[in-house]
Design a protein. Structure first.
Length: 147
């Protein structure tokens, strides 16, 4: 198996655009292109955590059903978090991840993930499938100030 990594230059991205690290996996002579890391920039609008990702057709996509409360905890120590943060997520661990979520169950086309370290649970709507073909058994996340 071969992994080749490349990344877009974040400095060239317009505001609230995702930044991607792309992996090319080669197995049995077949090359499959997939994103290994995703970056979105959640912010609060009218008190609700939302994010935009024009690349996949999402505009002010809300975090609801516990995912919003998880974002509140993840961003509690970040200055001006409501104005926007950088959230990196992946189905595999990566250097600097700060939270690991475990897939619990599917419901209403979305999926519930548990954050064992905090005893919290949040529902991710079907927009998750804009990034993954199937719900990953684990999600790894880091949140930092938007720079």
């Amino acid at each position: 198996m071969t992994f080749l990594l490349s990344a877009d230059n974040p400095a060239e991205m317009p505001p609230r655009q995702p930044v991607f690290s792309t992996a090319v996996i080669q197995t049995s002579g077949e090359r499959v292109r997939m994103n290994a890391l995703f970056v979105i920039f959640p912010y609060k609008q009218n008190g609700v955590w939302v994010f935009d990702d024009e690349r996949v057709g999402l505009n002010r996509e809300p975090f609801v059903a516990g995912a919003d409360a998880i974002l509140d905890v993840l961003t509690a120590d970040l200055p001006r978090a409501a104005q926007g943060v950088k959230l990196v997520f992946s189905a595999a661990p990566f250097p600097g991840y700060t939270a690991k979520f475990i897939l619990e169950r599917s419901e209403y086309g979305g999926n519930w993930y548990r954050w064992p370290d905090k005893g919290m649970e949040g529902w991710l709507c079907p927009a998750l499938f804009k990034y993954f073909d199937t719900a990953p058994p684990e999600l790894f996340v880091s949140v930092s100030p938007r720079s």
